[in-house]
Design a protein around this ligand. Structure first.
Ligand SMILES: [Zn+2]
Length: 361
C-alpha cells in the first residue's frame, strides 16, 4: 500500500525525499536535489551557493555523495556537520567541470543536510549545477543483498548481441574493469531509469559522461561497475554498461534477472529527446526479443522501488503506455512497438505534445 501511495504522491507532487538507485536522494525546498545557478562576474572569490537545509532524510546515513558541474576548478564544497561547524567535502573533477563529491561521517546520523560552495577564482562566471545529492549507509551491502546468495562465479559467457542496436562498446568508451566479480543473470524483466545526471547531447559528451558515471558508481558507492546495462545519450547513442547477462545495481532489492536501461538526463526537469526515445524503444525491443520478456515485466524504476526515477516527464509516457499494455493479454514485450494494439509509445509522443500545454509537468 505504501508503495502505491508513494508512487502516486511522487508523480503528482514530486516533493518527497526518495531513493536514488540504491541510496536516498535529498530534497531541498520541495524541489529535489537539482539546482542550476549561473554566476555573475562578481560572484568570486567567496561563497557562490548555499543549499539551505534539506528535508529530513528518511533513513540514517553516514555518507553523502553528490554530482554536478563546477563553474571553475577553484571551487570547494563544505558540508555542515554541527550547528556551527562546516567540513570540506572531497571533490573529484573531470573535463568540462563535471564533478562528484563525497563526505563520510564517523557515525550514522539522521540530521538534515546543508552544503556550501566557495570559489577561489577571481571571476567565477560559469554555471554551478547539482544534479543529485544522495545519502546512504556505507555499512549496507555495497550492491544487492541477493548477490550474496548467488554464486559469484566469474562470467563465463559473453553477453548476447542485441538485435536492432549498435552498442558503443565498453572498449570504445574505455571502461574500467569491474572491481569485483559479477553475478550471472538471465533477464526476465526490464526497468527504465534516468541517470539524474548530465544530459549529454552528443557522442563526444556522451563518451565523457559514461566514463564519469562508471567512476562515480565505482568510487563513491563502491559498486563493481556502472549500475546499468544500457545507457542512452541525447543523440540516441546506446552505451554498453554491465554485460546484460550479469546482475546490475539499479533497483534496490530487485536487481536479480533485471535488465536496467537508463537515459542520460534528469527528467524531472526536462524531457528526453526524440532520438533518445527512439533508441530506448529499440533497446527495449531488442532485449525483450533475446530474453522473451513479457509486457507485464516492463517497469519504470519508481514502480518497483521508492524513487522518483525516471523523472515525471519520462514517467508520464510510461504510465500511459502501461495502461495500454494492461488492456491486452500478457504478450511478448518485443512486439510492443510493432503490433497494432500496442503502438503506444508512438501515439504517446503525440499525446505528450498535446498534454504538454496543460502544465501537468
Ligand atoms: Zn532509477
Amino acid at each position: 500500500m505504501r508503495k502505491t501511495f508513494l508512487t502516486a504522491a511522487l508523480f503528482f507532487f514530486a516533493v518527497c525525499s526518495h531513493a536514488g538507485e540504491l541510496g536516498e536522494s535529498l530534497d531541498f525546498n520541495g524541489k529535489g536535489s537539482y539546482m542550476s545557478k549561473a554566476l555573475s562576474a562578481s560572484a568570486g572569490p567567496g561563497l557562490i551557493h548555499e543549499t539551505g537545509q534539506s528535508a529530513a532524510p528518511e533513513k540514517s546515513y553516514d555518507t553523502i555523495v553528490l554530482n554536478g558541474i563546477l563553474p571553475d576548478k577553484g571551487v570547494i564544497a563544505q558540508v555542515q556537520t554541527a550547528p556551527d561547524k562546516w567540513e570540506a567535502m572531497h571533490l573529484e573533477t573531470y573535463d568540462g567541470g563535471r564533478f562528484w563529491g563525497k563526505y563520510s561521517f564517523a557515525e550514522p546520523r539522521r540530521e538534515k543536510v546543508s552544503l556550501r560552495f566557495y570559489s577561489s577564482a577571481a571571476a567565477s562566471t560559469g554555471t554551478l549545477k547539482i544534479y543529485d545529492v544522495e545519502t546512504f549507509l556505507s555499512t549496507e551491502p555495497a550492491e544487492e543483498e541477493a548477490a550474496a546468495a548467488q554464486p559469484r562465479s566469474a562470467l563465463s559467457a559473453a553477453p548476447p548481441a542485441i538485435p536492432g542496436i549498435t552498442l558503443v562498446t565498453r572498449a570504445q568508451w574505455n571502461a574500467n574493469a569491474p572491481t569485483s566479480a559479477y553475478s550471472p543473470q538471465t533477464p526476465n524483466m526490464i526497468t527504465v531509469h534516468h541517470t539524474a545526471a548530465h544530459f549529454a547531447m552528443t557522442k563526444e559528451e556522451g563518451l565523457r559522461e559514461i566514463k564519469f558515471l562508471q567512476d562515480f558508481h565505482q568510487k563513491t558507492k563502491g559498486w563493481a561497475d556502472i549500475a546499468y546495462h544500457f545507457i542512452i545519450d541525447g543523440a540516441g547513442n546506446v552505451y554498453q554498461g554491465r554485460p546484460v547477462n550479469v546482475m546490475g545495481a539499479h533497483v534496490k532489492g530487485r536487481n536479480t534477472d533485471n535488465a536496467g536501461i537508463s537515459l542520460m538526463g534528469n527528467f524531472m526537469e526536462t524531457g528526453p529527446t526524440d532520438a533518445q526515445l527512439a533508441a530506448l524503444k529499440k533497446t527495449i525491443q531488442g532485449v525483450a526479443k533475446v530474453y522473451n520478456v513479457k509486457t507485464s515485466k516492463f517497469y519504470a524504476h519508481r514502480e518497483i522501488g521508492s524513487s522518483d526515477c525516471p523523472g515525471n516527464i519520462l514517467y508520464a509516457k510510461f504510465q500511459n503506455m502501461r495502461k495500454e499494455l494492461q488492456r491486452g493479454p500478457d504478450s511478448e514485450l518485443a512486439s510492443l512497438f510493432s503490433s497494432p494494439r500496442n503502438r503506444t509509445l508512438e501515439s504517446l509522443d503525440t499525446l505528450q505534445s498535446i498534454q504538454s500545454g496543460t502544465a501537468i509537468w
